[in-house]
Write a protein that binds this ligand. Structure first.
Ligand code: NAI
Length: 379
């Protein structure tokens, strides 16, 4: 089968779905690989590197029209789906439950699709877990980017001219991104305080040298399978009150708190931003899901009340080399789980296949997607 990689077209998307090493692995397994010309350049992979790994570099049209399997990072837009071959297979981030036009376009075109963000988080699937590989890099970049906007250094420094006190970084949400942000800020010498509402995070935070801000969850906090499923408005208000003094003393606040499938919880109100020190920095990693900070702006870095608020929605894309390398490893493992060089297995009772398959032969099959194909496709 022909595996194709098109150049990403989403704004500011520097990643590419397959690295030259990924091409090498798939070629060894008997797949043919084609790469749209310059698809890897923003990740610092040249056309020549792909050719040396065994791929054929092709024009854009051919990358779409001849592919049996299309690998992407960001979901394709409807016009790109129209360029794909009927009956082909797509592997990509899709966020299908919030992307009905894409799902409808795929179904109408008879494309079978698997979404990497829907892969169940079971041990067997860890090597395919692109949510984790990308969040990990995002957490690192969140610290580096916000440090760049701060007029201070992180570590304590004793000099003949006097002593500089260490910066204080508050991190909200200690999932994959938050834990990497804690480790990175600690390595740079900051004092790090952390808030999360899953009880098991306390030990993880402390093992990285962070100080856990104790907050007792009430009955409204629902946790299922390691994920927060929701918390009441009253609880969130209590959390805001508890966090207020930590926020007022912070130099940097990095927020990563997400509730899958829902708008992100607001943890930083406008009043809390007003209370922050002149020159401090907020980085809202949840900005794409509505934001943890009430006044962050999507895709903008703004200064409000003397605080720089960074609303960068795609941090992994700012580390494209590592992000593409890891994504490529994830997607190769995913593809080799689903197919061999001749065919897809379509074992629809198997947990990873079942969890990640969004469309199959013209039908929408994922339970999280509830759409009328004809209506969505004609819109
Ligand atoms: P996420 O990106 O969905 O959420 C980030 C963090 O925000 C979570 O730690 C969550 O508890 C926290 N959060 C939600 N509401 C909050 C609030 N009001 N205040 C403070 N924090 C709040 O989470 P992520 O990083 O995707 O991981 C979540 C879970 O998935 C964890 O239990 C993790 O261990 C698990 N996981 C399992 C893997 C596996 O292969 N078994 C791989 C990766 C993660």
């Amino acid at each position: 089968m022909i595996v194709s990689v098109a150049k990403e077209t989403e704004l500011k998307e520097n990643r590419v779905a397959l690295s030259p090493d990924g091409v090498r692995e798939l070629t060894t397994k008997g797949f043919s690989c084609i790469i749209e010309k310059d698809a890897g350049l923003n990740s610092y992979f040249t056309n020549e590197a792909y050719e040396a790994a065994g791929a054929r570099v092709v024009p854009r049209d051919e990358a779409y029209s001849t592919a049996d399997i299309m690998l992407r990072v960001a979901p394709p837009i409807t016009d790109e789906v129209k360029m794909m071959k009927a009956g082909s297979v797509l592997l990509s981030f899709m966020y299908a439950s919030t992307n009905p036009e894409l799902v409808a376009a795929l179904a109408v075109k008879g494309i079978t699709s698997f979404s990497v963000d829907a892969i169940p988080r079971i041990s067997r699937a860890q090597k395919m877990d692109a949510l984790s590989s990308q969040a990990n890099l995002g957490g690192y970049k969140a610290v580096i980017l916000s440090a760049n906007y701060l007029g201070k250094i992180f570590p304590m420094l004793t000099t003949a001219a006097g002593t500089i006190r260490p910066s204080k970084v508050v991190i909200m949400g200690a999932g994959v991104a938050g834990l990497q942000a804690i480790a990175t800020a600690k390595r740079l010498g900051a004092v790090v305080e952390v808030s999360d509402i899953r009880p098991e995070t306390k030990e993880q935070v402390e093992s990285l040298g962070g100080k856990f801000i104790e907050l007792k969850a009430d009955d409204s906090v629902k946790i299922e399978g390691g994920y927060v499923k929701g918390a009441s408005a009253e609880f969130l208000q209590m959390q805001q009150e508890l966090l207020a003094k930590h926020i007022a003393a912070a130099d940097i606040v990095i927020t990563t708190a997400l509730v899958p499938g829902k708008k992100a919880p607001v943890l930083l109100t406008e009043e809390m931003v007003k209370s922050m020190k002149f020159g401090s920095v907020i980085l809202d990693m949840a900005v794409k899901q509505g934001g943890n900070c009430a006044i962050s702006e999507f895709n903008q870095t703004v200064v409000k009340y003397g605080v720089t608020i960074i609303g960068e929605p795609n941090l992994p894309s700012l580390l494209p080399l590592n992000a593409s390398e890891l994504y490529s490893k994830n997607i190769v493992a995913f593809l080799l789980h689903l197919a061999d060089k001749d065919k897809f297995f379509y074992d629809r009772e198997e947990e990873i296949t079942k969890g990640s398959m969004i469309t199959f032969n013209g039908e929408v099959v994922h339970p999280s997607v509830n759409i009328n194909i004809e209506a969505a496709a004609t819109n």
